[in-house]
Design a protein. Structure first.
Length: 563
């Protein structure tokens, strides 16, 4: 035993308590000695020494002395290697080089190979440290949403119940966990830094607000916001609009600080040609090199037309016509022509001759045909059918004198009348959405299918309909709740491709009641606006617009898109 490494430590009462107790003992002994002399006790030193020895022993026991002998024994290293798996580790600091994550994995392999005399345990961490093999880490992409260094330092557990000697931390960022526990004491932490010494610079273009349709030779305004990170205050940021790599408009902004969130911008340009324009909005910071450029640009699809789209309404004077005519009149990009067939002759701003000419009908993007079938000729019905099959869009509405009540022979492959089975057709009913109709964008009033179905169920009831068998290839969106037409319930809303055209059939009467119900006005207008927009837009050029519930998503998170 090496006594040079030994020392005595007192583990009992603190020194101030022992000092106070010693002073008290000395006072009591002094008082006792004076008492013995006053009573002339023979041999007073013997009892005094005995009491002093007892008190000193009690004080020694209260001090709790302990003998410590220090010995040194080599312990093999037990090293935890923590590799940062947050999203920023996927960045490349040099063009064409490896990502920070790939370099971090290489460093962890090198540590594993060099420490032959010890043992290493690899961990991946973002919010928490999780044990993993080097191969499993290499097979994954860094997708963590944050870098919780302090929390991760307290987590590593090899599962063997023995303490670690060292922790190697491979990361590219500072701790952003807020309040966190301290790392375990006695463990040495070694940091291996990845990435550039300065802050990461990023210019991100947010959502672009742009119209779907614009007029030729009329100014069009596009607007949005830019998100900046690591860009110093006053630095210029350019937002530019391109068409086929040719710059056509731009705006200059100034950064408000290192992190400027939601910096607004707007540009205006005038299209000179009709057709579908594919534009690109790009944002960049002058003289700054970004590591991530995928979020610097966004495409914009703009359908440029020469004038307002034309819609023709052929009907008889009734409430359904009045409400639909008023709703179409609110559309600033639609020019409405009406042709009302009455006993006194045609009325409206469309000439009667337009019905008999397929070429003149082709000038219209949409034709609504209602309660006027008995007043039009065979040739005019034929022209409407040819317009549909050549690529036109038609909406057929129900009524006593509609095509459903008096179908022409050439329309019978589309309008297939049926003998209903069930309650009388005059009994009030509520249309029921089919599984296909619950999520169909044509008749969707709300994004959520269940909420949409609930709104449809709350609409005012209808009284009359035309029993039909759906034509082959039709998509039935709504049906009668109990009356059957053949093998299934009678269809009430039917969408169909006929030739190159699109047809929507509503063999019901009294749709105006939905507009009169004050609480359901939004449903009425939303559904009809969906129908007008879908049928009047050229099918092959309609862009799909996706919206996201939030701006940023960590890799691996499930995303729900609305189109």
């Amino acid at each position: 035993m090496n006594w040079r490494n030994a020392d005595i430590r007192f583990l009992g009462l603190p020194w101030w308590a022992l000092a106070a107790a010693g002073a008290l003992c000395l006072f009591l002994l002094f008082w006792y000695w004076r008492y013995l002399r006053r009573v002339s006790f023979p041999g007073p030193m013997a009892p005094l020494v005995l009491r002093f020895t007892a008190m000193a022993s009690l004080l020694l026991l209260a001090a709790n002395p302990a003998l410590f002998i220090t010995t040194k024994q080599p312990v093999p290293r037990r090293v935890a290697v923590l590799v940062d798996t947050s999203q920023s580790m996927s960045l490349k600091d040099e063009s064409g080089g490896r990502t920070r994550y790939e370099r971090g994995l290489q460093a962890s392999r090198l540590i594993h190979e060099k420490l032959k005399s010890g043992r290493t345990w690899p961990f991946g961490f973002s919010r928490r440290a999780a044990p993993a093999s080097l191969d499993s880490l290499a097979a994954k992409l860094p997708h963590g949403p944050a870098t919780y260094i302090m929390e991760s330092l307290s987590d590593p557990d090899t599962g063997e119940g023995l303490p670690l000697t060292d922790i190697v931390l491979i990361t590219d960022g500072r701790d952003n966990s807020g309040m966190a526990p301290a790392p375990p004491g006695g463990v040495r932490v070694h940091a291996v830094a990845m990435g550039a010494p300065g802050p990461d610079i990023n210019v991100s273009l947010g959502d672009v607000d742009a119209p779907d349709v614009a007029f030729v030779n009329k100014p069009v305004r596009l607007a949005g916001d830019v998100w900046l990170a690591g860009v110093e205050k006053g630095r210029g940021v350019a937002v530019e609009l391109f068409r086929e790599d040719k710059r056509i408009a731009g705006a200059s902004l100034k950064a408000r600080g290192p992190d400027s969130h939601g910096l607004p911008w707007s540009v205006t340009f005038t299209p000179r040609q009709t057709g579908m324009h594919t534009l690109t909005v790009r944002a960049r910071a002058a003289d700054l090199a970004e590591k991530v450029t995928q979020d610097n640009a966004r495409p914009v699809f703009l359908n440029v037309i020469s004038g307002k789209r034309k819609a023709l309404i052929v009907d008889a004077p009734r409430w359904d016509f009045a409400f639909l005519n008023r709703l179409l009149a609110q559309q600033e990009k639609i020019e409405i022509h009406t042709l009302l067939v009455t006993a006194q002759g045609p009325r409206g701003n469309a000439p009667r001759g337009v019905l008999g000419s397929t070429d003149r009908l082709a000038e219209y993007s949409l034709v609504l045909f209602g309660d006027a079938a008995r007043a039009v000729t065979h040739a005019e019905r034929s022209a409407l059918l040819q317009y549909l099959r050549r690529g036109g869009s038609v909406i057929l509405l129900g009524g006593e004198n509609s095509l459903f009540a008096a179908p022409d022979a050439q329309w019978r492959d589309i309008i297939r009348r049926a003998a209903p089975s069930g309650a009388a057709s005059g009994e009030a009913f509520y249309p029921q959405l089919t599984p296909s109709g619950r999520g169909n964008p044509l008749i969707r009033a709300l994004p959520d299918p269940d909420a949409n179905a609930a709104h449809w169920a709350a609409l005012p009831y209808l009284y009359s309909f035309h029993p039909l068998n759906a034509p082959q290839g039709a998509d039935i969106l709504a049906e009668h709740p109990w009356v059957s037409c053949g093998a299934r319930k009678c269809p009430l809303i039917i969408a169909l491709k006929a030739g190159r055209g699109r047809l929507l059939m509503l063999p019901v009467q009294g749709l105006w009641r939905w507009r009169l119900a004050r609480q359901e006005t939004a449903v009425f207008e939303t559904v009809w606006n969906n129908v007008f927009s879908a049928l009047m837009e050229p099918e092959e050029t309609r862009p799909v617009r996706l919206s996201l519930p939030k701006r940023y998503f960590p890799l691996g998170e499930e995303i729900c898109l609305e189109a």
